[in-house]
Design a protein around this ligand. Structure first.
Ligand SMILES: NC(=O)C1=CN([C@@H]2O[C@H](COP(=O)(O)OP(=O)(O)OC[C@H]3O[C@@H](n4cnc5c(N)ncnc54)[C@H](OP(=O)(O)O)[C@@H]3O)[C@@H](O)[C@H]2O)[C@@H](O)CC1
Ligand SMILES: Nc1ncnc2c1ncn2[C@@H]1O[C@H](COP(=O)(O)OP(=O)(O)O)[C@@H](O)[C@H]1O
Ligand SMILES: [K+]
Length: 471
């Protein structure tokens, strides 16, 4: 599991550790890790031209001490001082190692092999200030490798928001713990490749944000054993499709068939289309209450104007509500259910549920997903460039797989079928949602390999994604 901690928590852990260590020891640890990462990216420090962008705080201090180390190993290092002050001991160390302060900042970054962004870290507020923004633009245009210290300057460490201009780094070397903003868009896109330097912090066992990795998902996936039969593996019911959108039913069923349940019941008017593609489906015209027993329902993809989720929400099994099923969804109807509910909105649907604008959800995903989970008393999977899963309590899960090629019609239908199938197979709601998103993103990467994919290609790549995860 990859874990991330809010600034407040990181600062508390730092304070506790600093009290036990000699002055400056933590910063030296951070700077040593940073210098080693920079030297690695340069293929050796000797002869390299390195420019440090140095802000007023300790983030600039890290850059200066790392610069001193690189200068001692033969790099030509200069510092661009952008803050109201600069870390005094760090600057003295740089000068002592032969580094200097740049007199032509833009010229220096244009000639650099590597630029170190030490403008702001966890103490930064808002976007870059104009003088910093100018130098950062020159660095971006220069062809130098851009390495952010702790965080790309200008992004919000706790939320992933980017309020103004921010550094776009090739890599970020972060200290002690990942911060949520490094894992969540739009900030994540600014961070480039992530590297964590252990500085010995003791962090609480429960993080603020976490991201599943292969081995976590492998532990969650349901695997049939000798005694299994199709009913014991779980039956998932899919209420989807309409005369206008029969394809959504086919796609949701295609995800459900590859999600671990032993059988898929389809309920709705698109039975012929479903059977033509998936003859193994148990088809029923409806209503859902008459279709037979299931262990979980999926409702919503392609329903169009046909009645919403009310019937299904009255059942006593877990329900996943997606797409058209989310329209006008009543929080009290969801909250009073005796069984868990999973909602899977994209940003537009989440915005409608929250009564806000889509852009607002996209710029503040973490807040939006937490708010929806609280309001509905449900597990909420917010789709998009970073998919997040939140329950009423516990860490928010960030999905680390996926590709922008997934932004293709119908791929969400495959995901709802898949996650619903995992629910029917007995996974807890947040596990079903996050393992579903993980496999879906992995399948999309496999199916795409840099080329456009259709939603059905994603469904077909799911078995290979399972095998990847299970090793
Ligand atoms: N504590 C530790 O043990 C360890 C900490 N470590 C390191 O310390 C970092 C945190 O250091 P920090 O607390 O000094 O804050 P930091 O991010 O450098 O910047 C704050 C200053 O920047 C300014 N500023 C604010 N917004 C701005 C903006 N938009 N654009 C431009 N400038 C802006 C503002 O000053 P102002 O210019 O307004 O006077 C403010 O005072 C952390 O990320 C890690 O790298 C490591 O060494 C490991 C050990
Ligand atoms: N920019 C993006 N990067 C990565 N994944 C994306 C992006 N945009 C959309 N997705 C993913 O694509 C899928 C689209 O689902 P959805 O919006 O419900 O589409 P549809 O309703 O057409 O099925 C979701 O899994 C979502 O997370
Ligand atoms: K930085």
């Amino acid at each position: 599991m990859r874990t991330a901690y809010r600034v407040e928590t990181v600062r508390a852990a730092e304070a506790e550790l600093m009290a036990k260590l000699p002055d400056g020891a933590l910063m030296r640890r951070a700077a040593a890790g940073l210098a080693a990462a920079c030297a690695g990216m340069l293929g050796g420090a000797y002869g390299a031209r390195v420019v440090l962008l140095v802000g007023s705080g300790d983030n600039g201090g890290d850059a200066l001490y790392a610069g001193a180390r690189l200068a001692r190993r033969g790099a030509g290092v200069s510092a661009v001082l952008l803050g109201s002050r600069a870390h005094e001991a760090g600057l003295a160390a740089l000068r002592g190692a032969g580094g200097r302060v740049a007199d032509d900042p833009v010229g220096a970054v244009e000639r650099a092999d590597l630029v170190v962004d030490g403008i702001t870290g966890i103490g930064g507020r808002g976007g870059l200030r104009p003088d910093a923004a100018e130098v950062v633009r020159a660095a971006r245009g220069s062809g130098a490798v851009l390495v952010a210290v702790d965080l790309p300057s200008g992004v919000d460490a706790d939320t992933g928001e980017v309020a103004g201009e921010a550094v776009r780094a090739d890599a970020t070397v972060t200290f002690g713990a990942y911060k949520p903003g490094l894992l969540i868009d739009p900030a994540r896109e600014h961070a480039g490749a992530l590297r964590l330097v252990d500085i010995g912090l003791a962090l609480p066992p429960v993080p603020d944000v976490e991201a599943l990795q292969h081995e976590d998902v492998a532990r969650l996936l349901p695997v049939p054993v000798g005694e299994s039969d199709k009913y014991r593996r779980g039956v998932v019911g899919v209420v989807a499709g309409s005369a206008r959108y029969p394809g959504a039913a086919v796609l949701a069923v295609s995800g459900a068939l590859r999600g671990g349940a032993g059988a898929v019941r389809y309920v709705g008017p698109a039975g012929d289309a479903v059977l033509a593609r998936h003859p193994e489906t148990l088809v029923h015209a409806g209503p859902p209450a008459k279709a037979g027993r299931v262990q979980a329902w999926v409702i919503g993809p392609g329903l169009g104007d046909t009645p919403g989720a009310d019937d299904v929400l009255e059942s006593d099994v877990p329900v996943l509500v997606d797409a058209d099923g989310l329209r006008n969804l009543d929080p009290s109807a969801v909250r009073s259910r005796p069984a868990p509910t999973v909602l899977t909105p994209h940003a537009g649907e989440a915005a409608a549920l929250l009564g806000t604008a889509r852009e607002d959800v996209e710029s503040r995903r973490l807040e939006a997903v937490r708010e929806l989970a609280g309001r509905y008393g449900a597990t909420v999977l917010l789709k998009g460039s970073t998919t997040l899963v939140a329950s009423a309590d516990g860490p928010v899960r960030v999905n680390p797989t996926g590709t922008p090629w997934l932004a293709t019609a119908g791929s969400g239908d495959v995901l709802s079928g898949l996650a619903g199938s995992l629910l029917a197979a007995g996974l807890a709601p947040r596990d079903a949602a996050s393992a579903g998103a993980y496999l879906h993103g992995l399948a999309a990467r496999r199916a795409s390999r840099g080329a456009p994919v259709a939603a059905y290609d994603v469904a077909e790549a799911l078995p290979a994604a399972w095998r990847d995860v299970r090793g």
